[in-house]
Design a protein around this ligand. Structure first.
Ligand code: PEP
Length: 263
């Protein structure tokens, strides 16, 4: 099973600070990230610079290196969609992955599971890794509906995929109440949901579900990561705030390395 630590820079940085951050992440992981796949997701304008810098990182041919991801893509191949970015455009830059269905896109831009599912299909068609985000809001958890919500998100967006395609998807469980709040899900809450997601994926794809990395996201930081990454169904993290500091992000990579080496 792949272990992944992915940094979502959201709408932060500018040309200079994005360059500095990718440089520092590259330098911080150059000694080798072990078996951890490091992913960075800068804003669109800085993707090319990040791809170029990531290519210069020599991990001694052993580690998977740094993969550059976009934070969103359009579900159509091309067309009159002013301001949008297609998957073939991302591919032509050397971008290897894309976050889709982040709760901020669902909340502020009205993205539905159906649309996000179409983005996943586009990404798979062009050989990019979809990082599919799911997770319940606070009110949904308080009403005891968190499993139903996540089940619906997974089944609607990923339910039509053949098993071999589903095995190329990465799922990120990101409870909305934990994103950017400083309140992370406890390891027990997170493991319970990751185990549930694994079962849902098995319902869709059988054994192929065992190959799907399930990342935890939501106020994950160096001081809480070891207990989260140590859970059996947590295969790494999708990191927001803590990814904006190369020091804390590379520390998270090291924690993932250690947690998975012993678990
Ligand atoms: C995110 O937005 O994907 C995220 C996990 O953010 P944070 O780590 O800041 O909670």
């Amino acid at each position: 099973m792949k272990t992944i630590v992915a940094g979502n820079w959201k709408m932060h940085t500018d040309a200079g600070s994005a360059d500095a951050l990718i440089n520092d992440v590259a330098a911080g992981t150059a000694a080798g990230a072990g078996d951890v796949l490091v992913i960075v997701a800068p804003p669109f304008p800085f993707l090319k610079a990040a791809v170029d810098r990531a290519r210069t990182v020599d991990h001694g041919g052993k580690a998977p290196g740094i993969l550059v991801a976009a934070q969103n893509c359009h579900e159509e191949e091309q067309g009159a969609f002013t301001g949008e970015v297609s998957v073939p455009m991302l591919k032509s830059l050397g971008v290897g992955a894309c976050i889709v269905g982040h709760s901020e896109r669902r909340q502020y831009y009205g993205e539905t599971d159906e649309v996000v599912g179409r983005k996943v299909v586009q990404l798979l068609k062009h050989g990019l890794m979809p990082i599919y985000c799911c997770g319940e809001r606070r009110d949904e958890r308080e009403q005891g509906r968190h499993r139903d919500v996540v089940s619906r998100q997974l089944n609607t967006a990923l339910g039509g995929l053949p098993a071999q395609d589903l095995s190329r998807v990465v799922v990120a469980y990101e409870p909305v109440w934990a994103i950017g709040t400083g309140v992370n899900a406890s390891p027990e809450q997170a493991q319970e949901m990751h185990g549930f997601i694994r079962k849902e994926l098995a319902g869709l794809a059988g054994k192929a579900a065992l190959d799907v990395p399930i990342l935890y996201g939501g106020s994950c930081k160096p001081d809480n990561a070891a207990s989260l990454f140590g859970c059996p169904d947590i295969n790494g993290g999708l990191i927001g705030g803590a990814a904006l500091s190369a020091a804390s992000f590379t520390e998270l990579v090291r924690i993932a390395q250690r947690s998975k080496a012993v678990s």
